[in-house]
Ligand binder design. Structure first.
Ligand SMILES: C[S@@+](CC[C@H](N)C(=O)[O-])C[C@H]1O[C@@H](n2cnc3c(N)ncnc32)[C@H](O)[C@@H]1O
Length: 199
């Protein structure tokens, strides 16, 4: 770890006891979560865009859901999809512990089955499911997000994300940017993150 990386790691946001506990739980149980840096970014993006309707694909234990939920204003609502029933239950319990049960709802199910029945408009969507599900979900995100809505995509540096990255880049419906600082060797997260605005 370089001196520069250690310096920037030292600047990473701290976590309150609830998020710190979930980070610990996720680490012990091998559950991939976005972590404090991307978590803070998600909260900021919801806040900065003043999003009132947020859609998340892939809740796991609800860590990123809590971060997104914390960015919502009083009238804000969030729906998150999670296919695993046990994880969906845990995400719901953790949202309740975070005081977000009133604004954030967990729907258990496969994205491919739930997405066609959803109606927008959403202001912001966060995509964090299996990479095979990214490309099929892209069309739905385009349909569900309002013009000017923001799509946030995790794990775009994974090899399984290449087709998705290309589609996002080539589709005139999206104005996208791959955040190079999240590429391997450039950040503590190393997973890749893309932002795209719905035209
Ligand atoms: C990377 S984890 C999500 C982590 C979470 N966003 C966080 O950062 O705290 C991906 C989750 O998506 C769920 N998942 C994967 N593919 C899915 C799909 N097609 N539909 C719904 N959920 C899916 C998995 O069960 C897993 O819990």
């Amino acid at each position: 770890v370089s001196e520069l990386e250690s310096y920037f790691r030292g600047l990473a946001p701290g976590s309150d006891p609830l998020l710190a506990g979930l980070q610990q739980e996720a680490a012990v149980q091998g559950i991939p979560i976005v972590g404090p840096l991307v978590g803070r970014l998600l909260q900021m993006l919801v806040q900065a865009t003043q999003a009132r309707a947020v859609l998340e694909l892939g809740a796991a234990i609800g860590y990123s859901t809590i971060c997104l939920g914390r960015g919502l204003g009083p009238a804000g609502r969030l729906l998150t999809l999670e296919r695993d029933p046990v994880l969906a239950q845990r995400a719901g319990d953790n949202l309740a512990r975070a005081g977000l049960a009133g604004s954030c709802q967990v729907r258990q199910g496969q994205a491919a089955e739930v997405l066609p029945g959803l109606e927008g408009p959403y202001d912001l969507a966060f995509l964090d499911i299996d990479k095979a599900g990214y490309l099929p979900a892209l069309g739905h995100c385009g349909r569900l997000l309002r013009p000017g809505g923001l799509l946030v995509v995790d794990n775009t540096s994974f090899s399984g994300s290449q087709d998705f990255n290309q589609a996002l880049r080539e589709d005139p419906a999206w104005l996208e940017a791959q955040l190079l600082c999240f590429l391997p060797g450039h950040s503590p997260e190393r997973d890749g993150l893309a932002l795209a605005v719905r035209a």
